[in-house]
Design a protein around this ligand. Structure first.
Ligand code: UDP
Length: 329
Protein backbone atom coordinates (compact mmCIF):
# COMPACT_ATOMS: atom_id res chain seq x y z
CA UNK A 1 0.00 0.00 0.00
CA UNK A 2 1.20 3.48 -0.86
CA UNK A 3 1.48 5.97 1.99
CA UNK A 4 2.20 9.66 1.45
CA UNK A 5 4.45 10.93 4.25
CA UNK A 6 4.46 14.73 4.41
CA UNK A 7 7.56 15.94 6.22
CA UNK A 8 9.10 12.50 5.70
CA UNK A 9 12.59 14.03 5.49
CA UNK A 10 12.36 15.30 9.08
CA UNK A 11 13.39 13.70 12.36
CA UNK A 12 10.29 11.69 13.26
CA UNK A 13 9.09 11.37 9.66
CA UNK A 14 12.31 9.68 8.50
CA UNK A 15 12.07 7.13 11.31
CA UNK A 16 8.46 6.41 10.37
CA UNK A 17 9.52 5.90 6.72
CA UNK A 18 11.93 3.20 7.94
CA UNK A 19 9.20 1.50 10.00
CA UNK A 20 6.74 1.65 7.07
CA UNK A 21 9.24 -0.12 4.84
CA UNK A 22 9.88 -2.78 7.48
CA UNK A 23 6.12 -3.34 7.74
CA UNK A 24 5.63 -3.84 3.99
CA UNK A 25 4.20 -0.41 3.09
CA UNK A 26 5.52 1.80 0.29
CA UNK A 27 6.22 5.27 1.67
CA UNK A 28 6.29 8.25 -0.71
CA UNK A 29 7.95 11.24 0.92
CA UNK A 30 6.50 14.71 0.27
CA UNK A 31 8.68 17.46 1.74
CA UNK A 32 9.56 21.06 0.90
CA UNK A 33 12.97 20.76 2.60
CA UNK A 34 12.46 23.90 4.65
CA UNK A 35 13.75 21.94 7.63
CA UNK A 36 13.97 18.37 6.32
CA UNK A 37 17.10 16.66 5.00
CA UNK A 38 17.28 14.83 1.68
CA UNK A 39 19.92 12.49 3.17
CA UNK A 40 17.35 11.30 5.72
CA UNK A 41 15.30 9.64 2.96
CA UNK A 42 16.47 6.18 1.80
CA UNK A 43 17.52 5.96 -1.85
CA UNK A 44 14.84 3.41 -2.68
CA UNK A 45 12.05 5.73 -1.49
CA UNK A 46 10.25 8.02 -3.94
CA UNK A 47 10.98 11.58 -2.88
CA UNK A 48 8.74 14.44 -4.04
CA UNK A 49 9.78 18.02 -3.44
CA UNK A 50 6.47 19.72 -2.79
CA UNK A 51 4.60 22.02 -0.48
CA UNK A 52 1.44 21.11 1.42
CA UNK A 53 0.03 24.53 0.48
CA UNK A 54 0.07 23.51 -3.17
CA UNK A 55 -3.34 21.80 -3.28
CA UNK A 56 -3.26 21.02 -7.01
CA UNK A 57 0.20 19.48 -6.93
CA UNK A 58 -0.44 17.48 -3.74
CA UNK A 59 -3.69 16.15 -5.23
CA UNK A 60 -1.90 15.27 -8.46
CA UNK A 61 0.78 13.35 -6.52
CA UNK A 62 -1.87 11.48 -4.49
CA UNK A 63 -3.58 10.44 -7.72
CA UNK A 64 -0.38 9.61 -9.59
CA UNK A 65 0.91 7.35 -6.80
CA UNK A 66 -2.52 5.90 -5.94
CA UNK A 67 -2.08 6.93 -2.32
CA UNK A 68 -4.05 4.85 0.20
CA UNK A 69 -3.43 7.03 3.27
CA UNK A 70 -1.43 10.03 4.46
CA UNK A 71 0.86 10.43 7.46
CA UNK A 72 1.23 14.13 8.09
CA UNK A 73 4.37 15.53 9.77
CA UNK A 74 5.06 18.63 7.69
CA UNK A 75 4.92 21.51 10.20
CA UNK A 76 6.87 24.14 12.05
CA UNK A 77 7.65 22.84 15.53
CA UNK A 78 9.68 25.29 17.64
CA UNK A 79 7.78 26.54 20.69
CA UNK A 80 9.87 29.71 21.15
CA UNK A 81 9.61 30.64 17.49
CA UNK A 82 5.85 30.09 17.58
CA UNK A 83 5.52 32.76 20.28
CA UNK A 84 7.69 35.24 18.41
CA UNK A 85 6.16 34.56 15.02
CA UNK A 86 2.61 33.14 15.32
CA UNK A 87 1.84 33.96 11.71
CA UNK A 88 4.31 31.31 10.53
CA UNK A 89 2.60 28.66 12.71
CA UNK A 90 -0.95 29.47 11.69
CA UNK A 91 0.14 29.57 8.07
CA UNK A 92 2.38 26.50 7.92
CA UNK A 93 0.55 24.31 10.39
CA UNK A 94 -3.13 25.28 10.35
CA UNK A 95 -3.53 26.57 6.80
CA UNK A 96 -1.02 24.02 5.45
CA UNK A 97 -3.01 21.17 7.00
CA UNK A 98 -6.27 22.57 5.64
CA UNK A 99 -4.73 22.60 2.17
CA UNK A 100 -3.49 19.05 2.60
CA UNK A 101 -6.98 17.91 3.66
CA UNK A 102 -8.44 19.62 0.59
CA UNK A 103 -5.94 17.83 -1.65
CA UNK A 104 -6.90 14.54 0.03
CA UNK A 105 -10.60 15.24 -0.49
CA UNK A 106 -9.96 16.08 -4.13
CA UNK A 107 -8.01 12.87 -4.65
CA UNK A 108 -10.45 10.71 -2.66
CA UNK A 109 -7.92 9.82 0.06
CA UNK A 110 -9.78 9.48 3.36
CA UNK A 111 -7.32 8.18 5.97
CA UNK A 112 -4.76 10.30 7.81
CA UNK A 113 -2.39 9.82 10.75
CA UNK A 114 -1.57 13.18 12.25
CA UNK A 115 1.51 14.24 14.18
CA UNK A 116 0.18 16.09 17.23
CA UNK A 117 1.84 16.98 20.50
CA UNK A 118 1.54 16.92 24.29
CA UNK A 119 1.73 20.73 24.01
CA UNK A 120 -2.05 20.63 23.39
CA UNK A 121 -2.47 20.05 27.15
CA UNK A 122 -0.45 23.02 28.40
CA UNK A 123 0.05 23.06 32.18
CA UNK A 124 -1.53 19.75 33.28
CA UNK A 125 -4.02 19.56 36.12
CA UNK A 126 -2.90 16.04 36.96
CA UNK A 127 -0.19 13.56 35.94
CA UNK A 128 -0.08 11.12 34.27
CA UNK A 129 -1.91 12.99 31.53
CA UNK A 130 -4.73 11.09 29.86
CA UNK A 131 -6.31 12.02 26.53
CA UNK A 132 -9.36 13.34 28.40
CA UNK A 133 -7.33 15.98 30.27
CA UNK A 134 -8.14 19.62 29.65
CA UNK A 135 -6.82 21.04 26.39
CA UNK A 136 -5.37 24.42 27.25
CA UNK A 137 -2.14 24.94 25.30
CA UNK A 138 0.15 27.65 26.64
CA UNK A 139 1.96 28.33 23.37
CA UNK A 140 1.12 29.00 19.73
CA UNK A 141 2.69 25.75 18.53
CA UNK A 142 0.36 23.72 20.79
CA UNK A 143 -2.63 25.85 19.77
CA UNK A 144 -1.89 25.35 16.08
CA UNK A 145 -1.81 21.56 16.53
CA UNK A 146 -5.02 21.60 18.56
CA UNK A 147 -6.76 23.59 15.82
CA UNK A 148 -5.73 20.92 13.33
CA UNK A 149 -7.10 18.18 15.58
CA UNK A 150 -10.44 20.02 15.64
CA UNK A 151 -10.32 20.42 11.87
CA UNK A 152 -9.76 16.66 11.52
CA UNK A 153 -12.78 15.93 13.74
CA UNK A 154 -14.93 18.20 11.55
CA UNK A 155 -13.68 16.57 8.34
CA UNK A 156 -14.51 13.19 9.84
CA UNK A 157 -18.03 14.36 10.81
CA UNK A 158 -18.80 15.93 7.45
CA UNK A 159 -16.73 13.97 4.91
CA UNK A 160 -16.01 10.62 6.61
CA UNK A 161 -12.30 11.32 6.66
CA UNK A 162 -10.88 9.03 9.38
CA UNK A 163 -7.89 10.14 11.40
CA UNK A 164 -5.63 9.17 14.24
CA UNK A 165 -3.97 12.07 16.07
CA UNK A 166 -0.85 11.06 17.99
CA UNK A 167 0.15 13.38 20.83
CA UNK A 168 3.87 12.93 21.34
CA UNK A 169 5.61 13.61 24.60
CA UNK A 170 9.42 14.16 24.31
CA UNK A 171 10.63 12.38 21.17
CA UNK A 172 14.27 11.35 21.50
CA UNK A 173 16.90 8.83 20.38
CA UNK A 174 17.83 7.66 16.90
CA UNK A 175 17.48 4.62 14.67
CA UNK A 176 19.91 1.84 15.64
CA UNK A 177 19.85 0.52 12.07
CA UNK A 178 19.77 3.54 9.70
CA UNK A 179 22.09 6.55 9.79
CA UNK A 180 19.39 9.07 10.69
CA UNK A 181 18.85 11.24 13.75
CA UNK A 182 17.85 14.59 15.20
CA UNK A 183 19.17 17.70 13.43
CA UNK A 184 17.36 20.98 14.06
CA UNK A 185 18.70 24.42 13.31
CA UNK A 186 18.70 26.10 15.74
CA UNK A 187 18.71 23.21 18.19
CA UNK A 188 16.56 23.75 21.29
CA UNK A 189 15.96 20.24 22.61
CA UNK A 190 17.61 18.98 25.75
CA UNK A 191 19.14 15.68 24.63
CA UNK A 192 20.85 16.97 21.44
CA UNK A 193 22.14 19.98 23.39
CA UNK A 194 23.55 17.71 26.12
CA UNK A 195 25.25 15.43 23.58
CA UNK A 196 26.65 18.30 21.51
CA UNK A 197 28.23 19.53 24.73
CA UNK A 198 29.62 16.07 25.49
CA UNK A 199 31.26 15.94 22.07
CA UNK A 200 32.72 19.45 22.38
CA UNK A 201 30.60 21.10 19.68
CA UNK A 202 29.07 23.30 22.40
CA UNK A 203 30.91 24.63 25.46
CA UNK A 204 28.20 24.01 28.07
CA UNK A 205 24.64 22.98 28.60
CA UNK A 206 22.24 25.02 30.71
CA UNK A 207 19.62 23.69 33.11
CA UNK A 208 16.57 25.94 32.72
CA UNK A 209 15.27 26.27 36.25
CA UNK A 210 16.36 24.53 39.46
CA UNK A 211 13.49 25.73 41.65
CA UNK A 212 10.63 23.60 40.31
CA UNK A 213 8.53 21.65 42.82
CA UNK A 214 10.25 18.36 41.90
CA UNK A 215 12.67 16.19 43.88
CA UNK A 216 15.83 17.76 42.44
CA UNK A 217 14.25 21.09 41.44
CA UNK A 218 14.46 20.51 37.66
CA UNK A 219 11.69 19.78 35.17
CA UNK A 220 10.48 16.25 34.63
CA UNK A 221 9.66 14.99 31.15
CA UNK A 222 8.57 11.74 29.52
CA UNK A 223 11.15 10.77 26.88
CA UNK A 224 9.92 8.39 24.21
CA UNK A 225 12.23 6.72 21.72
CA UNK A 226 11.59 7.80 18.13
CA UNK A 227 11.49 4.13 17.02
CA UNK A 228 8.67 3.46 19.49
CA UNK A 229 6.87 6.51 18.07
CA UNK A 230 7.41 5.14 14.56
CA UNK A 231 5.86 1.79 15.49
CA UNK A 232 2.78 3.60 16.87
CA UNK A 233 2.27 5.35 13.51
CA UNK A 234 2.22 2.03 11.70
CA UNK A 235 -0.28 0.60 14.22
CA UNK A 236 -2.46 3.71 13.80
CA UNK A 237 -2.29 3.37 10.03
CA UNK A 238 -3.23 -0.32 10.16
CA UNK A 239 -6.14 0.56 12.45
CA UNK A 240 -7.48 3.08 9.91
CA UNK A 241 -6.90 0.81 6.92
CA UNK A 242 -8.91 -1.94 8.66
CA UNK A 243 -11.81 0.50 8.85
CA UNK A 244 -11.18 1.67 12.44
CA UNK A 245 -12.78 4.83 13.80
CA UNK A 246 -10.98 8.13 14.36
CA UNK A 247 -8.95 8.20 17.58
CA UNK A 248 -6.62 10.39 19.61
CA UNK A 249 -3.72 8.78 21.47
CA UNK A 250 -0.92 9.91 23.75
CA UNK A 251 2.51 8.52 23.04
CA UNK A 252 4.83 8.50 26.02
CA UNK A 253 6.88 5.98 27.99
CA UNK A 254 4.87 6.77 31.15
CA UNK A 255 8.15 7.38 33.01
CA UNK A 256 9.38 10.80 34.08
CA UNK A 257 13.03 11.88 34.25
CA UNK A 258 14.38 15.19 35.48
CA UNK A 259 16.80 17.38 33.54
CA UNK A 260 19.50 16.51 36.09
CA UNK A 261 18.82 12.79 35.72
CA UNK A 262 19.18 13.09 31.94
CA UNK A 263 22.46 14.95 32.34
CA UNK A 264 23.78 12.36 34.81
CA UNK A 265 22.85 9.50 32.47
CA UNK A 266 24.50 11.26 29.55
CA UNK A 267 27.71 11.77 31.56
CA UNK A 268 27.75 8.05 32.38
CA UNK A 269 27.03 6.89 28.82
CA UNK A 270 29.42 9.29 27.08
CA UNK A 271 32.07 9.09 29.82
CA UNK A 272 32.57 12.85 29.42
CA UNK A 273 32.31 15.21 32.41
CA UNK A 274 30.99 18.18 30.41
CA UNK A 275 30.16 21.62 31.81
CA UNK A 276 26.66 22.23 33.15
CA UNK A 277 25.41 25.65 34.23
CA UNK A 278 22.20 26.63 35.99
CA UNK A 279 19.95 29.28 34.48
CA UNK A 280 16.53 30.77 35.10
CA UNK A 281 13.36 28.95 34.11
CA UNK A 282 12.39 29.02 30.44
CA UNK A 283 9.01 30.71 30.02
CA UNK A 284 6.09 28.33 29.59
CA UNK A 285 7.78 25.12 30.80
CA UNK A 286 5.43 23.05 33.03
CA UNK A 287 7.21 21.34 35.97
CA UNK A 288 6.12 17.78 35.18
CA UNK A 289 4.80 16.19 31.97
CA UNK A 290 4.22 12.45 32.06
CA UNK A 291 1.90 10.57 29.72
CA UNK A 292 -0.66 7.96 30.33
CA UNK A 293 -0.45 5.82 27.18
CA UNK A 294 -2.92 3.28 28.45
CA UNK A 295 -5.40 4.02 25.63
CA UNK A 296 -3.11 3.09 22.74
CA UNK A 297 -1.63 0.19 24.70
CA UNK A 298 -5.04 -1.36 25.25
CA UNK A 299 -6.68 -0.43 21.94
CA UNK A 300 -3.83 -0.98 19.48
CA UNK A 301 -1.44 -3.14 21.52
CA UNK A 302 1.38 -0.58 21.38
CA UNK A 303 4.30 -1.39 23.67
CA UNK A 304 7.29 0.95 23.87
CA UNK A 305 10.39 -1.26 23.64
CA UNK A 306 13.28 1.18 23.25
CA UNK A 307 12.47 3.97 25.67
CA UNK A 308 14.79 3.30 28.60
CA UNK A 309 16.91 6.39 29.26
CA UNK A 310 20.04 4.35 28.45
CA UNK A 311 18.74 3.31 25.02
CA UNK A 312 17.42 6.79 24.23
CA UNK A 313 20.72 8.46 25.07
CA UNK A 314 23.04 5.80 23.64
CA UNK A 315 21.29 5.69 20.23
CA UNK A 316 21.27 9.51 20.09
CA UNK A 317 24.95 9.54 21.12
CA UNK A 318 25.86 7.20 18.25
CA UNK A 319 24.13 9.55 15.79
CA UNK A 320 25.72 12.73 17.19
CA UNK A 321 29.21 11.19 17.32
CA UNK A 322 28.94 10.25 13.65
CA UNK A 323 27.43 13.65 12.70
CA UNK A 324 28.91 16.47 14.80
CA UNK A 325 27.36 19.01 12.40
CA UNK A 326 24.18 17.02 11.79
CA UNK A 327 23.49 16.06 8.17
CA UNK A 328 26.05 18.60 7.05
CA UNK A 329 28.99 16.65 8.40
N1 UDP B 1 15.93 22.17 28.98
C1 UDP B 1 17.03 22.62 29.70
N2 UDP B 1 18.09 23.14 29.00
C2 UDP B 1 18.09 23.24 27.63
C3 UDP B 1 16.97 22.77 26.91
C4 UDP B 1 15.90 22.22 27.63
O1 UDP B 1 17.07 22.56 30.93
O2 UDP B 1 19.08 23.74 27.08
C5 UDP B 1 14.80 21.57 29.73
C6 UDP B 1 13.47 22.24 29.45
O3 UDP B 1 13.25 23.28 30.37
C7 UDP B 1 12.48 21.07 29.64
C8 UDP B 1 13.30 19.83 29.27
O4 UDP B 1 14.67 20.24 29.30
O5 UDP B 1 12.13 20.95 30.99
C9 UDP B 1 12.98 19.31 27.87
O6 UDP B 1 13.02 20.41 26.96
P1 UDP B 1 12.94 20.23 25.39
O7 UDP B 1 13.10 21.58 24.77
O8 UDP B 1 13.89 19.16 24.96
O9 UDP B 1 11.49 19.65 25.14
P2 UDP B 1 10.04 20.21 25.61
O10 UDP B 1 9.72 19.52 26.90
O11 UDP B 1 10.12 21.68 25.69
O12 UDP B 1 9.15 19.72 24.49
Amino acid sequence: MNILVTGGAGYIGSHVVEELQKSGFTPIVYDNFSTGHEEAVPEDVQLIEGDIHDVRFAKHIMEQFKIDAVIHFAASSLVGESMANPSKYYFNNVEGSLHLLEAMRGAGVDRIVFSSTAAVYGEPEQVPITEDSKLQPTNVYGRSKLMIEKMLADYDMAYDMRYVALRYFNAAGASPTRDIGEDHNPESHLIPLILKTAQGVRKQVAIFGTDYPTEDGTCIRDYIHVCDLAKAHVLALQHLLKGGASRVYNLGSENGFSVRQMIDSAKKITAVDFTVVEEARRAGDPAVLIASSERIRSELGWVPEHSSVDEVISTAWKWHKGHPQGYNG
